[in-house]
Design a protein around this ligand. Structure first.
Ligand SMILES: *Cc1c(COP(=O)(O)O)cnc(C)c1O
Length: 379
């Protein structure tokens, strides 16, 4: 990783990763599953709340895929998905041969809009296809409108798959994100709030679903001395080496959350001085975001400059920033599928920028960033 460059979001190591990895090597457990995977699952269960069941898998994407399988999503089914998200939220719908229906965001949390969601459901029902699942995302760590979305899920009896890949440690009304859906997913990819290098979890509501997840994730092997299969299996279980990294990372999770929220506060104070800039914001104190990434909106009409101009300026200062997720209904692979909404996500995308938000961001870097903001917008 480039020297002197200020990065968007790098992994922060606790320092004990090697010890846990060493232990797994000493145990000669250099494979999937095993004691460290079980321990990592326990730690996450304690973190999320003991009534939940945590299956450690090899990525967030495979966790979403397995969630859809456990929700019986099959060929020609319809699945509703928040449009404003990373493509990995929706790709597994296509793995199953099902059809995605994309739903816009609302401007408070930037997540799935309850009104557009209900329109999408009603339209599907009119076409004789009740959606099999709703994929709701806690984007950049911000909880979606949990009460409204769960009420719709209940009203129409459609399960929620909560893509909380970016939101470990975020809360709504003091309850952990990832635990609101019928299934929840967290990612431990390298740039997330903690990492296992690659990995994810599927959070289930009961032991039976947990057992099913592990069954499918380990090639759907039936109990028999030989390899007996009656279901399609997947190789989705987490490696013990990855779980070892995760055990070390759990030790700094709370610290990382505090640091990322602190970064966010830093930007919030900084933009007060600059007209035309705003941020993704917790609507009220029911919402607690881990602020995995801090994001701004640049209103070109008010500040005379665009998000792209600012991104290129930051790049010239060796500061990494990145456009927001391009809504999926605007992407080539997804634009033939139905979309419901008023293009709020599109307008957020067109003005937005992700800023350096790493758990390592230091005071010197913050002062360089402050100068960059002031030089670009004020001078
Ligand atoms: C990172 C991410 C995923 C995928 O997780 P991986 O572990 O990279 O497979 C899914 N959804 C969202 C919103 C993400 O940010």
């Amino acid at each position: 990783m480039g020297k002197n460059r200020i990065h968007l979001s790098l992994a922060k190591l606790s320092g004990t990763e090697i010890e846990y990895i060493q232990q797994t090597f000493s145990d000669n457990w250099v494979t999937t599953g095993g004691p460290h995977v079980a321990l990592f699952e326990n730690k996450l269960q304690t973190f999320l709340g003991d009534e939940h069941f945590v299956a450690a898998l090899n990525s967030g994407t495979s966790s979403i895929h397995l969630g859809l399988i456990l929700l019986s999503v099959k060929k020609d089914d319809v699945v509703i998905c928040q449009s404003f998200t990373f493509s990995a939220s929706a790709n597994p719908i296509l793995y199953q041969g099902a059809t995605p229906i994309f739903v816009d965001s609302e401007s408070d949390t930037w997540n799935i809009c309850p009104i557009a969601l209900e329109q999408a459901i009603n339209s599907c029902m009119l076409n004789g296809k009740k959606p099999k699942a709703i994929i709701a995302v806690n984007l950049y760590g911000m909880p979606f409108k949990v009460d409204e979305i769960l009420a719709i899920s209940k009203k129409y009896d459609i399960p929620i798959l909560e893509d909380s890949a970016e939101a470990l440690g975020s809360k709504f009304k003091n309850k952990q994100c990832g635990t609101f859906g019928d299934f929840g997913v967290v990612s431990f990819n390298g740039n997330k709030i903690i990492t296992t290098s690659a990995g994810g979890i599927l959070v289930a509501k009961d032991k039976e679903q947990y057992d099913k997840a592990i069954f499918y994730a380990t090639q759907s092997r039936e109990t028999a001395p030989h390899y007996e299969h009656s279901k399609i299996g997947y190789n989705y279980r987490m490696s013990s080496v990855c779980a070892s990294i995760g055990l070390a990372q759990m030790e700094i999770l709370e610290k990382n959350i505090a640091k990322r929220r602190d970064n966010n506060l830093f930007y919030r104070n900084l933009i007060k001085k600059i007209p035309g800039l705003s941020m993704q914001t917790e609507p009220d104190d029911s919402y607690f975001s881990n602020f995995w990434l801090s994001t701004i909106l640049v209103d070109a009409k008010k500040c005379g400059k665009t998000n792209t101009e600012f991104r290129l300026f930051l790049e010239s200062q060796n500061i990494e920033s990145r456009p927001l997720w391009k809504p999926l209904h605007m992407q080539n692979i997804f634009d033939k599928y139905p979309f419901f909404g008023l293009n709020i996500a599109k307008s957020i995308f067109e003005q937005g920028l992700c800023l350096p938000s790493g758990s390592n961001l230091n005071d010197l870097e913050k002062s360089i960033i402050t100068n960059a903001f002031l030089n670009f917008f004020i001078k």
